[in-house]
Ligand binder design. Structure first.
Ligand SMILES: Nc1cc(-c2cccs2)n[nH]1
Length: 243
């Protein structure tokens, strides 16, 4: 997978070179290009934004600069086009399902804007030649899209074959079965007077699976009840309903 990020804060994307993601780059599971948007300005101040038409607070990012940047990073004449991802608080929710969908893409380009946004014509024009997803990573407002890109890239790249040490981890993610993951425990057996639940040390794998499922259902019911309503028909069996 090829990943390109266009940003006015290229150093903000340095974590993409670290740890798990850094290994994925080293192993050529992904190639990462980070591009400074100011490269495509032509004034001495390298201006990337301007006041919003219609008035209002903040600044909006200029379409001409973004247009040149996107033309350079994903040339219109090229035979392949990327999926363009634009983080915004006004986007559709980014979910684990979307991470799985994107993990099958050969090329993703992320456009990091300000929270007041990028001139809408940039997305409108790009949509004529590539798929564009305007997505939100949650109902809160960041200053820029860079943090959102780090989160989304990490959640997508960890799903690629050969990136996670144990592929089973991605299979047992929270949300993979529509529920939140239940509690986890490791040594010591007793910590500050708190023992590990007996069932987890019983060696009875059926009982352990049942206990874990019950804890996942309980946690989901307490913290995210709407996820239970969104489960497909038949996802909960009789024992689940008794939990
Ligand atoms: N979910 C979300 C995205 C954002 C921003 C994207 C770009 C600038 S601020 N804030 N919150």
């Amino acid at each position: 997978m090829r990943i390109d990020v266009i940003t006015i804060f290229p150093d903000y994307l340095n974590p993409l070179r670290e740890a798990l993601l850094g290994k994925a780059v080293e192993r050529e599971r992904i190639s990462v290009g980070v591009h400074d948007l100011r490269t495509w300005t032509h004034d001495v101040h390298k201006t990337v934004d301007d006041s919003p038409y219609g008035g209002g607070p903040g600044m909006v990012m200029k379409p001409d600069v973004w247009g040149e940047a996107l033309d350079a990073v994903c040339p219109p004449a090229a035979e392949t086009s990327p999926r363009l991802v634009v983080p915004t608080p006004a986007g559709r929710p980014f979910t684990q399902d979307l991470a799985h969908e994107w993990s099958r893409e050969p090329w993703l380009v992320f456009a990091c804007g300000r929270y007041e946004g990028i001139d809408q014509r940039v997305v409108d024009e790009a949509s004529e030649r590539m798929p564009v997803d305007e997505v939100s990573i949650g109902d809160y407002v960041l200053v820029g899209g860079e943090v959102a890109v780090l989160a989304m890239v990490e959640s997508v790249v960890r799903l690629l074959p050969g990136v996670l040490g144990n592929p089973a981890s991605a299979q047992q993610d929270s949300f993979s079965d529509g529920l939140l993951e239940g509690p986890s425990y490791t040594r010591p057996e007793v910590w500050r007077g708190r023992p590990v639940p007996d069932v987890l040390r019983s060696g009875n794998h059926g009982a352990i699976a049942r206990w874990r499922r019950d804890k996942a259902l309980e946690r989901t019911w307490r913290r995210r009840p709407e996820l239970l309503d969104a489960l497909p028909e038949g996802a909960l069996d009789r024992k689940d309903r008794e939990a």
